[in-house]
Design a protein. Structure first.
Length: 338
């Protein structure tokens, strides 16, 4: 089978940062599905893994990629949620070979049925950011559906992939949404997604929230540079408020800033469930729920940049797009050369 991978962690400008590779088709067992991959997307985690390894050449090619839409072509002996021919979408498992390959083995319990009304380009953009946004809002921040008209959430970096989904889900849950964006195109994007207010994360967030007539917000979802925003988050969070973050910090977080407010802080890493093999089937259920929201016309698509076919040249372009720091929505690749 064809795959796109690398033998060395290199800058994206290097022609060998991705290579077209031939690999044997993997075999299935237990809860495994073998999926023919029709579309993938690139996320910041892809860039981080590609850039972050040791420069020493690898003995075997590394295949990354954590978003896919495709068709089930084989099943393991314990599979009960899917059958051959089912169209599926998933973000995969951080400990296993990635989705940048024609065929991928994935545990059925972290896979959902792809929305019938989305093409491969739109469907490939959703799983990782959909799971991250959903788990952040409803598992980490403990937001419930409905009865939130008096509640406000601040989403820092609302125009990125996770932010784009979080803005929409938070609005569906009934919250007032303040999203951050800093460029005209990203401001227009989060407004299109339904944000009630847009403020600039390059400016003082506290002053901007106060200028909206609010002293505090009930929830904060931080999706960008926790080190830069921690003091502002601690100041703007409401007493008994809740904070979730998805981005790594480089300095120690001063949780004592939350002491008097009795505020709660939680990390979200959507690969935690597959990494530690806990609560796996919840991701199947979340992906199916997000698919239904799309089929019911309640969510907007996120794909903004498209490349075809899936090959090393286009993968380098997609990674360069994500590395630019100017992405709005998602970049996707679809189809394989015959």
């Amino acid at each position: 089978m064809k795959a796109v991978g690398f033998y060395q962690h290199l800058p994206i400008s290097d022609a060998k940062s991705f290579e077209d590779i031939e690999l044997p088709v993997p075999t299935v067992g237990g809860h495994d599905l073998l999926v023919r991959v029709d579309g993938v997307s690139v996320n910041p985690v892809d860039v981080g893994v590609r850039k972050g390894g040791r420069p020493k050449p690898l003995k075997h090619p590394k295949i990354i990629g954590w978003d896919a839409v495709g068709t089930v072509i084989d099943t393991g002996s314990e599979v009960s949620l899917f059958a051959k021919g089912d169209r599926v979408w998933y973000a995969g498992d951080f400990t296993k070979s990635g989705s940048d390959a024609q065929n991928q083995v994935v545990d059925e319990r972290i896979v959902g049925h792809a929305p019938k009304n989305l093409d491969d380009e739109s469907a490939a953009a959703v799983p990782l950011v959909g799971l991250t946004a959903y788990e952040s809002l409803f598992e980490k921040l403990h937001i419930t559906w409905g009865n939130n008209a008096d509640k406000t959430i601040l989403i820092i970096n609302g125009a990125g992939g996770v932010g784009s989904m979080a803005v929409q889900l938070a609005k569906l849950a009934g919250l007032k949404v303040i999203a951050t964006a800093s460029r005209p195109d990203s401001v227009a994007w989060v407004e299109q997604l339904g944000a009630d207010e847009v403020i600039d994360h390059h400016q003082d967030l506290v002053k901007q929230v106060h200028a909206l007539g609010l002293q505090y917000v009930d929830y904060v979802l931080n999706l960008n540079n926790l080190d830069a925003h921690w003091d502002e988050i601690a100041e703007v969070i409401k007493p008994n408020g809740m904070i979730a973050a998805t981005t790594e910090n480089h300095r120690l977080i001063d949780l004592q800033k939350l002491t008097k407010k009795r505020a709660t802080f939680a990390w979200e890493w959507m690969y935690s469930k597959s990494y530690y093999q806990v609560d796996l089937e919840s991701q199947h259920e979340i992906l199916d729920e997000i698919a239904k929201l799309y089929e019911d016309g309640k969510l907007q698509t996120l794909d903004k940049i498209h490349y075809s076919p899936i090959n090393a040249e286009n993968m380098r372009k997609a990674h360069a797009d994500v590395e630019s720091g100017k992405m709005v929505g998602k970049v996707v690749l679809t189809g394989w050369e015959k």
